[in-house]
Design a protein around this ligand. Structure first.
Ligand SMILES: C[S@@+](CC[C@H](N)C(=O)[O-])C[C@H]1O[C@@H](n2cnc3c(N)ncnc32)[C@H](O)[C@@H]1O
Length: 368
């Protein structure tokens, strides 16, 4: 051995058989949960959960007929749902039933979040597994275009986790904001995706003017179509690279700038934040939703959805940034690093909020 290299000797210890058995059981449990997540996604996309939520106990043939699907596939799916404890199966009558207590977390009309929407992330990420494995070996990243259904799933996600809470929980985080929006201000949403949140705000506040920027042509086309369908004529969506905001001659002034889950996967997040600071009026507010987490792995051990978020980060948020030779911050950049970046971009006052119903995000209210 040369230089100052340190030799660490790990003491041999006997395997604790009980711990090994318990871990083995947990691995089996994980396999089953992973498989069920795929089937939850299928149940959501095919409308099977919605169909079953309206039905008394019924045979696979009846369920398939009502859902307009192929009976053989529906029956096999019902098998997975039965052994997974999601659907009840009566062996004598050969019927299946989705109890209302389960339907509450699995249907589009759910009073609470529809968990089947989030289950879609598993197959979405699985669809780029080969590309990700390639990156593990050779570096680089997987570009946005490879994630076929990303904007679809993201819009459904924010459509249920952000949009319904805008009026009741999110806007009140900034005192006086609802009034100012009612009177008429300029609003910019950076990385707006399919624009669900911004379209909702434009409908609620017809005297304000709204602009949404995103890199994705597909997302902007969808957002503009939705604006037309809603009759929102106070909103403009534009394909624009928001890392160029900093360089724009006259990017503002905006009185409110928002990012909904749109900083950490940027190629150059600090440039984007500096651009936001530059585009903000002196009395303006920047409201940022970003993923709740610590900047240290050990700080996220008790995070209720830590494994899911780290997986999404590795297989989407981090890699789409690296694909552009970007920083690759990842979704779990964490509160400490986020505060560092907001300060470096020139924000002097930053309040961090948590919302009772939302264990996934921090809400940062930043002022110049
Ligand atoms: C995680 S998604 C969030 C989308 C949307 N805000 C929502 O909550 O549904 C991040 C968005 O940022 C967009 N984006 C990433 N880099 C961008 C850039 N440089 N300029 C504009 N948009 C960008 C992506 O296309 C994507 O729509």
């Amino acid at each position: 051995m040369t230089g100052n290299a340190e030799t660490i000797i790990y003491e041999d210890h006997e395997t604790d058989q009980e711990a090994a058995d318990a871990f083995g059981e947990r691995m089996v449990d994980l396999l089953n949960s992973g498989a069920l997540s795929l089937m939850l996604s299928v149940g959501h996309r095919t409308g099977l959960f919605d169909t079953m939520s309206d039905m008394p106990p019924a045979t696979s043939a009846r369920i398939a007929e009502k859902a307009g699907l192929d009976e053989r596939y529906v029956r096999e799916w019902l098998g997975a749902m039965t052994v997974g404890g999601i659907v009840e199966n009566n062996a004598e009558s050969g019927t299946y039933y989705l109890p209302p207590e389960h339907a509450a977390s699995l249907c589009r009309q759910s009073p609470t979040d529809n968990m089947a929407v989030f289950a879609q992330y598993i197959p979405l990420l699985g669809s780029v597994e080969d590309d990700i494995v390639h990156c593990f070996k050779h570096g680089g990243g997987v570009p946005y275009e490879r994630f076929g259904r990303f904007h679809d799933v993201m819009a459904e996600d924010s459509g249920q986790s952000v949009v319904p809470a805008l009026e009741t929980h999110i806007l009140p985080l900034v005192p006086g904001l609802t009034n100012r929006l009612g009177q008429g201000i300029e609003v910019l949403d950076v990385g707006c995706g399919r624009g669900r949140a911004l379209n909702r705000l434009a409908t609620l506040f017809p005297r304000s003017r709204f602009t949404g920027y995103d890199l994705s042509e597909d997302a902007i086309r969808y957002a503009s179509q939705e604006a037309r369908a809603l009759g929102n004529n106070n909103i403009t969506f534009k394909v624009f690279d928001v890392s160029r905001l900093e360089l724009a001659d006259k990017p503002g002034p905006y009185h409110l700038i928002t990012t909904f889950d749109a900083v950490h996967d940027q190629r150059d997040p600090l440039s984007v934040l500096r651009g936001i600071r530059k585009a903000l009026a002196d009395d303006g507010v920047y409201l940022a939703q970003d993923i709740k987490g610590s900047s240290h792995h050990h700080g996220d051990r008790d995070h209720p959805i830590g494994p899911l978020l780290y997986t999404i980060s590795c297989m989407h948020c981090m890699t789409v940034s690296l694909a552009q030779d970007g920083e690759g911050l990842g979704a779990m950049w964490g509160r400490e690093k986020a505060l560092e970046y907001f300060q470096a971009a020139g924000f002097r006052t930053i309040d961090v909020h948590e919302l009772d119903h939302d264990f996934q995000n921090y809400w940062y209210v930043c002022r110049p």
